[in-house]
Design a protein. Structure first.
Length: 430
């Protein structure tokens, strides 16, 4: 990335312009708030000429020049610091630079000035929805960066079937999973839908996209994410763990499998949120994922109470998501959950076109290596869905739709068929 300042205009007094170039991606050229006489300007040093004089008049002029150069230098530093911040956050876009320069010049975007380029509209979309979760913003930013790599300077009106096929070809050529392609195109369609609602001129093609049918998973991608059965949870409870950190994670793992909560909500558990009614204990939590925060009150089953009793009435020590995911695999390994199962390891280093990339790798791995923080949510639903109806499961998991509960049900299809056969037999149908 490079920035420089130059004069532009036909008169003696000219506007100082700034030019910001980001490789081959884009070049932004905008007027600053400064104007100077071209005869006083040093293009070599990007400032007014610093000619020291001796007369009183020349000294007064020099004071003005020094003041101007100081203000211009401050302006440059503000721009440089902002650009550095955008680069560090991987959020450098043409639209953000333009808006920042406008703000330094004392101008703001008009409310009806909606960007028509994909890059700018992405920023407009994010700014228009301040309630979006940080994780959602990260995913949308990742989509923006990927699309910019494939099709630089994309316009919103160019999001059509040809665009879809070009993106799909790129994903196939670079060995991306079809699930990632569907997610990326689905995010683009979110932006397209908002552009349609705002009255921009766009293609109607995305309205007919059927991404699941058009880009199905390949056969070797099909696998079930692992869950922990009640018998495996007993193995984990009985395992000998010499490190306090592993025992701490084991207790969180068991709690997660008996509360169906994500790790982000799990780490928000506290004794202050526990209520006792008629000798039974309940905990009230606010689920953090999504636009609308959801309050849930769920029972504390005996397995959870046993951990609280073990820890003098307290929940285990809070830890980061990353440490949880690292330690939980070690806990499961020490518990003997090492049989080979078909599954996927996320963010594994692979070589794509001679470059290092991170991909989900599908294959047969020891079960302990596939366990992550989300296993608690899957385990609760899988273990109890056939004993408790959907509505009661949803009261604990917080899911809005039964179809989402089904996604977390990881019981093997053959086992489901056996249970189904027994249900028919119990009513005399064989």
């Amino acid at each position: 990335m490079a920035t420089f300042y130059y004069l532009r205009g036909t008169k003696e007094k000219k506007k100082i312009y700034i030019s910001v170039t980001s490789g081959a991606s884009f070049t932004v050229q905008r007027a600053t708030k400064f104007s100077v006489n071209s005869s006083d300007w040093s293009q070599q040093y990007n400032r007014l000429e610093n000619n020291k004089g001796r007369s009183a008049l020349e000294k007064a002029r020099q004071i003005e020049i020094d003041k101007f150069n100081t203000e211009l230098l401050d302006y440059k530093n503000q721009v440089d610091n902002y650009l550095k911040e955008l680069l560090e956050k991987e959020m450098l876009t043409e639209n953000k630079i333009i808006e920042y320069i406008q703000s330094l010049n004392g101008k703001k975007r008009k409310s009806n000035d909606i960007p028509t380029d994909f890059d700018g509209f992405h920023d407009y979309y994010i700014q228009s929805k301040p309630w979006l979760a940080e994780g959602t913003r990260t995913v949308y930013n990742r989509t923006r960066n990927k699309i910019n790599t494939i099709i630089p300077k994309l316009r919103m009106c160019d999001i059509d079937d040809d665009f879809k096929y070009k993106v799909a070809s790129y994903f196939r050529e670079n060995n991306y999973k079809m699930s990632y392609l569907r997610k990326t195109l689905g995010n683009v369609r979110d932006f397209w839908s908002y552009a349609r609602d705002k009255g921009l001129t766009i293609s109607i093609d995305p309205a007919t996209w059927e991404l699941t049918k058009e880009f199905p998973d390949l056969k070797d991608e099909l696998f079930e994410d692992p869950y922990l059965s009640l018998a495996e949870l007993d193995q984990i409870k009985a395992a000998t763990l010499k490190k306090e950190s592993l025992d701490n994670v084991r207790d969180w793992l068991i709690i997660s499998c008996w509360t169906a909560q994500r790790v982000s909500d799990l780490m928000d558990f506290s004794t202050e949120k526990i209520t006792e009614i008629g000798g039974e204990k309940f905990i009230t939590i606010i689920q953090q994922k999504g636009i609308v925060k959801k309050e849930l009150t769920i029972p504390l089953f005996k397995e959870v109470e046993a951990i609280l009793n073990k820890r003098n009435g307290n929940f285990p020590r809070k830890i980061s998501d990353q440490k949880y995911n690292d330690y939980v695999k070690e806990v499961c390994e020490l518990a003997g959950l090492t049989e080979l199962v078909h599954g996927a390891k996320s963010r594994q280093k692979v070589k794509v076109n001679g470059r290092t990339a991170y991909r989900k790798i599908v294959g047969y791995f020891p079960k302990c290596e596939l366990i992550s923080s989300h296993v608690g949510r899957r385990s609760f639903i899988t273990n109890f869905l056939r004993q408790i109806d959907y509505e009661k499961i949803k009261q604990i998991s917080g899911h809005k739709h039964s179809s989402m509960v089904d996604l977390y049900d990881k019981l093997e299809s053959l086992k489901k068929a056996e249970l189904l056969r027994n249900d028919f037999k119990s009513v005399g149908i064989e």
